[in-house]
Every structure is written in C-alpha cells, then in structure tokens.
Design a protein around this ligand. Structure first.
Ligand code: NAD
Length: 251
C-alpha cells in the first residue's frame, strides 16, 4: 500500500517541473491526481506521460482567473466529490531591479503567485476533507535577498505568511498547512530567468557555488518532500516552512 492510497490530490502548475514530478510521486504513492495548468498541449503531454490506470485528470486553466478555478473544482467535485491534498504550486518568476520595476511586472507576478494561490486554497475549502493537507509553494527567495527579485521574493514571503494564518484558521477542521521552499532546482523556470543558453550556464554555476551540497536540486527531490507533507508521515507538522535547498538559505 502506498502512503497516499485512496487520496485525491490537486496540483496547480502540474504539467512541468516540480508540479509534474510531484504528480508522478503522488501517483506512485497511490493517489488520484488532478493537475491544472495553463497550456492545453503541455497538460495533455503530462497526462499521457504520468497517467496509469486512469489515475490522473488534466484541467486547463489560469490560477489568477477565478472562473478557471471554479471550473477546476467543479471537475474535481463531479469526478471525485472531495479533496484530501492540495499542492498550490503554480508560480512564475521575472526579475527587475528596484528603479526599473513596472506596474505590469508587479501586477503579473502578484496576480499569479499571491492572488492565484490565495483563491486556489479558498475555493478548495468546501471540497476539502477534514484532516487534509495543504502545501504551498514558497521559495528561499522569501527569506533571502537576491538582485532583481524584490517582487518575486515578496510574493513568496506573502505565501509564508498565509501559512501561519491558515494554520490557525483551519485548525478546527484539522487541515494542516505547510510551505515547501525550494532552493535552485533544475526546471524550465530556471532557464526562463535568462535570455541565452550561455547566461543560463553562468547562472547555474553561480547558484551551485552558493549551495553547500554543491549542485542544483532536481524536481524529484522536492516532490519527495511534498509527498512527506501530504501524507500521515507528517501528521504532527503544521505551519512550517520546509526548505529543500541543499543548505543554500540555511547558512
Ligand atoms: P515551472 O515553470 O516548470 O512550473 C511552473 C508551473 O506553473 C508551470 O506548469 C506553469 O505553466 C504553471 N503556471 C504558471 N503560471 C500559471 C497560472 N497563471 N495558472 C496556472 N498555472 C500556471 O517551474 P518550477 O520550478 O517547477 O516552479 C514551481 C514552483 O516552485 C513555483 O511556484 C516556483 O516559484 C517555485 N520555486 C521554484 C524554484 C526553482 O529553482 N525551480 C525555486 C524556488 C521556488
């Protein structure tokens, strides 16, 4: 028996990177998984890649669009009736140093990372089983200062704060709320931060030099930690921020 046997999980941003690896991990532990993502093609490919024995459904939608969230949860309600695990993982990064931050840069990142995540959680609550587990995607950026990341990093600090409040607000329902905060993980997001392959290699070298374990992490290493927070193995853990960062933000 897998440790998520019989559980129903929802993962936003589940068609690539950390979300996709977590969907795979949850399925290998016995869960049924709904993955939500913006791009239908990527979603279809992901469902084909990880779907075994009809245990995954892809639902297209943008987390910053509340009507799309309603469609996601209507699909979950219709197919499964309830949710045990939510991994609010969808997020974007764009860098801009103070002095050149535009209103559209600010709105775009806050709309997806903060507003989108808040309503992803709030709209799930009516379907949520008491005793369920919510995992929010934070980042080491929420606790550290990196050039160009004032807007992105502050969205992740907001998410860390949400977990403290929701831990208290959802305690009567025994719903646990935790944050997973990755360090540098090799995903499409890391490549999206730079304009060329050469700059990408340079960025990776700089990141690796700042990591005590001396390498970037891979999405599976984050997925295993998310699976721990999703399962009863973490039954007495709520309100925490679990770093999966090779030590980068711990020294
Ligand atoms: P990724 O780009 O591979 O995955 C992000 C996913 O979110 C994609 O599937 C994307 O389509 C989806 N997404 C983005 N905006 C969306 C929207 N508006 N609606 C629905 N889906 C949307 O990147 P990743 O590295 O797997 O990132 C996953 C999470 O991990 C993000 O929240 C990110 O901030 C966080 N994180 C990543 C790293 C890293 O180094 N990769 C480090 C710290 C935190």
């Amino acid at each position: 028996m897998g440790k998520l046997e019989g559980k129903v999980a929802v993962i936003t941003g589940g068609s690539s990177g950390i979300g996709l690896a977590t969907a795979q991990q949850f399925i290998s532990e016995g869960a049924y998984v709904f993955i939500a993502g913006r791009r239908q093609n990527e979603l279809d490919t992901a469902v084909k890649q990880i779907g075994k024995n009809n245990n995954v459904t892809g639902v297209q939608g943008d987390v910053s669009n509340l009507a799309d969230l309603d469609r996601l949860y209507a699909a979950v309600k219709q197919q499964k009736g309830s949710i045990d695990i939510l991994f609010a993982n969808a997020g974007i990064i764009e860098l801009a140093p103070i002095g050149s931050i535009t209103e559209s840069h600010f709105d775009k990142i806050f709309n997806i990372n903060v507003k989108g995540l808040l309503f992803t959680v709030q709209k799930a609550l009516t379907l949520f089983q008491d005793g369920g587990s919510i995992i929010l995607s934070g980042s080491i950026g929420g606790s550290k200062g990196y050039e160009g990341s004032s807007v992105y990093s502050s969205t992740k600090a907001a998410i860390r704060s949400f977990a403290r409040t929701w831990t208290v607000e959802l305690k009567q329902r025994k719903i646990r709320v935790n944050v997973i905060s990755p360090g540098p993980i090799d995903t499409p997001m890391t490549s999206s931060m730079v304009q060329s392959e050469e700059l990408g290699e340079q960025l990776k070298t700089n990141l690796v030099n700042a990591v005590p374990l001396g390498r970037m992490g891979n999405p599976d290493e984050v997925a295993k930690a998310v699976s721990f927070l999703a399962s009863d193995d973490s039954s007495y853990i709520t309100g925490i921020e679990l770093f999966v960062d090779g030590g980068m933000a711990q020294i």
